[in-house]
Structure formats: structure tokens, C-alpha cells
Design a protein around this ligand. Structure first.
Ligand SMILES: [Cu+2]
Length: 302
């Protein structure tokens, strides 16, 4: 192998390691002169070296989550408003539809309780709003999950405070079983740190499999997975198209070892319900755990 070949081979390895960023930089000349920095970071779905999970920042991909309120009153129906801005000072008004909606809003208290997955309406000026009731005091994380027209799929997060006595829940034990409104949902499959895996939710009612689940958001269920320690918002994809149950399969990718909270929205009899689970990457959760807390905090609000 002559020197030129060695250099070429080395460059080939670099290209693989740095993926699209290196290739874009090389094509555009010296680093920093590329006229499409956005494409370098987010083009073609290439992972970047310092990838941080979505939902941990109020600003990402050039977009900003701008909440109209940072405090709400417990147990009171209030109008909650926000907009998606750009770091340049503009407001985003054009969004692509994903999972049948232009924007998905997820709220959860910082302790991992009080989950809500709702769909606000956007006014012509880009202001999103919805009537919202938060059940109890505490600090809540608000996630906006959207894809601006022509932009990158983005999840931004911000906190909202609710005054009052706060008793945090401790999801210290893994639980694979969730009871909600007469339904019992069991989760099989394990989370694997740094890798993809499949988890399957099985929906039963009065001990019998539910075989007439209704499509919800373009699938037979919708799963949100959050890292318990920091509420990082993870990528989850339904494995099947709309189906009837009782099994609902998801591909889940968790970045690190630890504990995760999972929330499954499923629709049956015209109503959407939420089952919630706690799962650690070590796979020690028993097949049918007894819930260690009243599992009545999950909900599909709105
Ligand atoms: Cu949604």
C-alpha cells in the first residue's frame, strides 16, 4: 500500500466515523465555511458524535419552545399557550403532519407521574393553545414534538411550575403491569442500553385479550418513553400498522443504562386511555409485577 492509498483508506475511515458532517465539510471546503451548517448537524439522519437525546433543551435544530406561561394553578382548567420560534426570532407556522398531527404535546411531572399527551390547536399567527388541567402541585416537563415544514424532526422541552404541597412519587421498582379503567396492560421485552429492542404491550379487559383495539395516531397504540433521571424523550416507533390487538409492538432505543418510564396510549370503545410502566435496562423486572403505587395518574387529557 503506497502512501496515497493509505491516506485514502484513512480518509475513508474518517468518513465512516464522522458520517455526513465530515462529508459535508469536505465538500464545502474548510470547516466553518459550509453555507448549510444545519445540514451538517442534522442532514440525512446522520448521528453526531455528541448526540444528546431529544427533549432536554428548550432550543434545538434552530427552533425554540416559547411558553406563554411558566406557572399554572393545580386542579384548574386553564388555557395553556406557546409558540415554536426560530433562533432568528421568527415564529414557525408551517408544520408537517406526523402520526396524524402537526404537533404532539406531552406533559409529565418531574417525578414521572401525571402524564398527559394532548393535541393543541394552532392559530394563524403560530400560537398553539389548549385547555389544560394539571392535577397536582409540582414541577412539570412540557415536551413539544413536531417537524417544521422542510425542517428536522424536533422535540423541545421546558418546565412549568404548579404551586402547592408536593409529594413526589417514587417509581423505585420496575413494573410491567398497568391497570386503567378495567383494562390491564402487560409489557414484555427488555430495554437494551445503547441498542434497539422490541417491547410488546398486551391489552386485556376482565382477563380476556382485547382484539378490537382501534387505530390511534396511525398505529394500534402510541408509546412515549422517558429516561427517569432527566426525562430525556426517546425515539419509539410502532412495529406494525394499525391492528386490532391484543398485542402492540414497538421498537425502542434507549441511549444509556438505567430506569425509564413508558406511557402507552391505546384506544378502545372510542376512548383513549394511558397505561404507564417503569422499566430498567437490567431486565430484572418480573413478568407480572405488582404495582407499587396507585396507577391512576396516567391520563390522556384534553
Ligand atoms: Cu400526539
Amino acid at each position: 500500500m503506497n502512501t496515497a492509498t493509505k491516506v485514502a483508506a484513512y480518509a475513508g475511515v474518517l468518513a465512516i466515523v464522522f458520517g455526513g458532517a465530515w462529508a459535508a465539510g469536505a465538500a464545502a471546503g474548510p470547516l466553518g465555511t459550509a453555507d448549510t451548517p444545519q445540514a451538517m448537524d442534522h442532514g440525512a439522519g446522520q448521528p453526531t458524535a455528541a448526540a444528546v437525546p431529544p427533549g432536554l433543551s428548550v432550543a434545538d435544530n434552530g427552533y425554540v419552545l416559547d411558553l406563554a406561561q411558566n406557572a399554572l394553578t393545580a386542579q384548574t382548567r386553564q388555557t395553556f399557550s406557546f409558540r415554536i420560534g426560530t433562533t432568528g426570532g421568527g415564529t414557525v407556522t408551517e408544520f408537517d403532519v406526523e402520526h396524524e398531527k402537526k404537533l404532539h404535546l406531552v406533559l409529565v411531572r418531574r417525578d414521572g407521574s401525571g402524564f398527559q399527551h394532548v393535541h393543541p390547536e394552532m392559530a394563524a399567527d403560530g400560537t398553539w393553545s389548549l385547555p389544560l388541567t394539571l392535577p397536582a402541585a409540582g414541577s412539570y416537563r412540557v415536551f413539544a414534538d413536531f417537524k417544521p415544514a422542510g425542517g428536522a424532526k424536533t422535540t423541545l422541552g421546558a418546565d412549568v411550575q404548579v404551586a402547592g404541597p408536593y409529594e413526589p412519587e417514587h417509581f423505585a421498582a420496575d413494573t410491567r403491569e398497568s391497570a386503567v379503567d378495567g383494562y390491564v396492560v402487560r409489557l414484555t421485552g427488555d430495554l437494551k442500553a445503547g441498542a434497539g429492542s422490541t417491547v410488546t404491550a398486551t391489552v386485556t379487559r376482565d382477563g380476556r385479550p382485547v382484539t378490537d383495539l382501534q387505530p390511534y395516531l396511525g398505529a394500534n397504540g402510541h408509546l412515549v418513553a422517558l429516561r427517569a433521571a432527566d426525562l430525556a424523550y426517546l425515539h419509539v416507533h410502532p412495529q406494525d400498522g394499525p391492528g386490532a390487538g391484543p398485542d402492540v409492538q414497538f421498537a425502542v432505543e434507549v441511549p444509556t443504562a438505567g430506569r425509564y418510564r413508558l406511557f402507552l396510549d391505546f384506544q378502545h370503545g372510542g376512548e383513549v386511555r394511558t397505561a404507564s410502566f417503569t422499566l430498567s435496562t437490567d431486565g430484572t423486572a418480573p413478568a407480572t409485577a405488582t404495582p407499587t403505587h396507585a396507577d391512576d395518574h396516567g391520563g390522556h387529557g384534553g
